[in-house]
Design a protein around this ligand. Sequence first.
Ligand code: PNW
Length: 443
Amino acid sequence: MKLSLPSNSRMLTKDFTYGVATASFQIEGGIDKRQACIWDTFCAQPGTIADGSDGSVACDHYHRWANDINLIADIGVDAYRLSLAWGRVLNEDGTANREGIDFYRQLLSALKDKNIKTFVTLYHWDLPQHLEDNGGWLNRQTAYEFRNYADIASRELGDLVDSWATLNEPFCSSYLGYEVGVHAPGKSSQADGRQAAHHLLLAHGLAMQVLHSNCPASMNGIVLNFTPGFPATDNSDDIKATAYANDYFNWWYSRPIFEGKYPDIIDDFAADIKPDIAPGDMAIINTPIDFLGVNFYTRAVYKAHPTDIFEELEPTNAPVTDMGWEIYPEAFTALLQELHNRYQLPPIYITENGAAVRDELSHAQVHDLDRIHYYQDHLNAVHCAIESGVNVQGYFAWSLMDNFEWALGYTKRFGLVYVDYETQTRYLKDSGVAYSALIKSRV
Ligand code: PNW
């Protein structure tokens, strides 16, 4: 099956950027050449990762990067989104780690040589463990450590980077990592989750200022994930509960960036849940950004709950991916329109979108028709948003290749490329062929 778009679509022109995305911990391995991070520690705790695996080898990209770049070039993308491992760029004392910086310089130079734009995320969840030992994102100092990291990374690598993103999905770092404990560092208190979120956003704002000054020519911003909530019924209690959930999970991260304030629900938080916010923090977080990265996978359905304010319903009778996430592309269009209506936005790049599918390799082929359908429906959804006036400039498929899917280990496959973890052989899936053909069909 082919991927297609209406013939007049802006997404069929070369002005529209197509890419593939990955993240350091999920693909690199090569852990002897970097500091230990919170995900190494988390994986070592029994029961945290579905298959008991870790990131020590992953896709062995640290050693196979040259081959992987050839793959990326063969697909024909305009851009590659990757993240840097903080503990590879810096030594524990906060100075530059020459070997790590040389690794990324080689990688980024090879991409430039092939005319592939580089979209680099500074933080995709791999906090150096020694910083976690000092409180991690609960410690305000970590935001200043991040500023130092952004400063060194952008001075050392800035000439090879087209676009910098400060954080990937601060929702996942704070909520999944500190509030419900299913991600590293595995803490679970609401107060911790809210405080971590504030320090992450502060870190973003501080780093934004550094990036604007060190790399004024590159496009600098942040990547947020959104899971739009829909009410289970038209009942006003369900509608109210859903608005609360959307404030808590989605607008919590975007409103401070665009408006310099948290959603109003913060006023109703009990004193022991409210994060410490120092004078001036919100203005730092409100520093202008050059682009907004949007990650979208699914929606959520909520109804009112007598004691917990809202309750999320599991999808029933709805199509889901192998993650159990409902396939609901209409929510993607609606989300982009709502962002456009709520804020004065810079250009949007879709920095992640894709689906986990139970792929089977047979005769060096993977017929992942469900993934192709997912991409087709979600590319159409982006097209519809653009048609209605939303400024979307690019789209990155998650992911280039199968990789370490966090708490689910290697049990879920998101790649356009299949990875045989026994041999580290890569195979382009049918979805990869289709994505490549779409990109190459542009005029
Ligand atoms: C994103 N949620 O993670 C990440 O940026 C990727 O590293 C990851 O591989 C990809 O999506 C697929 O999971 C998310 O529970 C993880 O809402 C969980 C959620 C959202 C995004």
